[in-house]
Design a protein around this ligand. Structure first.
Ligand code: DP6
Length: 358
């Protein structure tokens, strides 16, 4: 092998937003959840991670930069992903550059990883989901890993649970699985991105500061102390998963909205039921919920669904473009720009909706 070469791959992966939430692990190391979850993957142009991975014989150890700042790769999650990928790497040949890497060389070669998020990191906008999905996907390409997306999802899962769902577009289910080694805890696509093209997703960024309680420690504390979590995982979520799959299949927005809003509210209820209680939403988040609930009730049929992850930011899913336009008008009215509760809204999808609403 010549010593002076670098081989590089760049990939982009969008984040995903759960409409039936994952909260709680049965195995912390392998990241195995206590319930199935369902998410929608956002448009790849927005809220995504871009990761470049490179390999060279000149690299002396594995290194990673996140948004330009070097971070440690010593954590178990990174190590698990790297180990799983190296074990599945294949021969790589780049004739143009005269590079040949044999399968066995991957054990000795080191990688450099540079990752950028185009949205606030760790502010409840599922940055780890896009991050680990992109890391696994780009390294799999670099190392010529010949596995399908579901196998790769099981590797991304070991980086961050929600990451396994970002390997697919559209609507995705993470099956919790039964095996102790996690081999059946994988993501599957329920419907592709074209299936329900009318939906418009708007993210109201209530606060872009880093959250106080990470999802990882929050869900650990919930599993250890909440009395409600078992009821949620065993009784409520399995029913909701079936109903949500039906709602997605049938484009049934009233059911979709009812399930997504109830599941978000129950997730935050189990956070409150944790000792000490975890507060991810703030007053502005609560005001957004009241606003949407009142509007949906007034219309008689839901126009918008809301869901909040481990942070105060609202993910709002409008039934169609017209509902999205009305929603933005309402947000601009109730949370005016430059006020205390200014919501710098990201419109995922067609930006012209913002202009129409202005
Ligand atoms: C509230 O996937 O960030 O967004 O597996 O510990 O990395 P770890 O947690 P993470 O948790 C996401 C929780 C959630 C709900 C969801 O995305 O399903």
């Amino acid at each position: 092998m010549a010593e002076k070469w670098v081989l590089m791959v760049t990939a982009q992966t969008p984040t995903n937003i759960a409409v039936i939430k994952y909260w709680g692990k049965r195995d912390e190391n392998l990241i195995l959840p206590i319930n199935d979850s369902i998410s929608v993957t956002l448009d790849p142009q927005h809220l995504c991670t871009t990761t470049s991975v490179a390999v060279s014989p000149a690299f002396t150890h594995d290194r990673m930069w996140l948004n330009g700042k070097e971070i440690s790769l010593s954590g178990g999650r990174y190590q698990n992903c790297l180990r799983e990928l190296r074990a599945r790497a294949s021969d790589v040949e780049d004739e143009e550059k005269g590079i040949k890497i044999a399968k066995k060389d991957w054990e000795k070669l080191h990688v450099h990883i540079a990752s950028y998020n185009n949205f606030p990191t760790a502010a409840g906008l599922a940055s780890s989901a896009a991050g680990f999905a992109c890391l696994v996907f780009s390294l799999a390409k670099l190392m010529n890993v010949k596995e399908d997306h579901s196998k790769l999802s099981a590797i991304a899962r070991q980086g961050s649970g929600s990451a396994c769902r970002s390997l697919y577009g559209g609507f995705v289910k993470w099956i919790m699985g039964k095996e102790e080694n996690g081999s059946d805890s994988i993501a599957v696509q329920l419907a592709d991105e074209k299936h329900w093209g009318d939906l418009v997703i708007i993210i109201a960024v209530v606060c872009s500061r880093q959250k106080e309680t990470s999802s990882t420690s929050g869900m650990r504390e919930t599993v250890e102390t909440s009395m409600l979590i078992e009821h949620r995982a065993k009784e409520v979520v399995p029913r909701r998963i079936i109903q949500m799959e039906e709602a997605i299949k049938d484009h049934d927005f009233p059911s979709f909205s009812r399930l997504a809003c109830s599941d978000s509210n129950q997730f935050h209820a189990v956070c409150l039921d944790t000792s000490p209680p975890i507060f991810y939403m703030n007053d502005t988040s609560h005001r957004i919920i009241s606003c949407i609930e009142k509007w949906n009730r007034f219309e008689g049929t839901p126009q918008v669904a809301y869901t909040f992850d481990a942070g105060p930011n609202a993910v709002l899913i409008a039934h169609n473009r017209n509902a999205a336009k009305l929603l933005l008008q309402r947000l601009l009215f109730y949370f005016p720009p430059q006020s205390d509760t200014d919501l710098s809204s990201y419109v995922i999808g067609d930006k012209s909706i913002l202009e129409d609403a202005g």
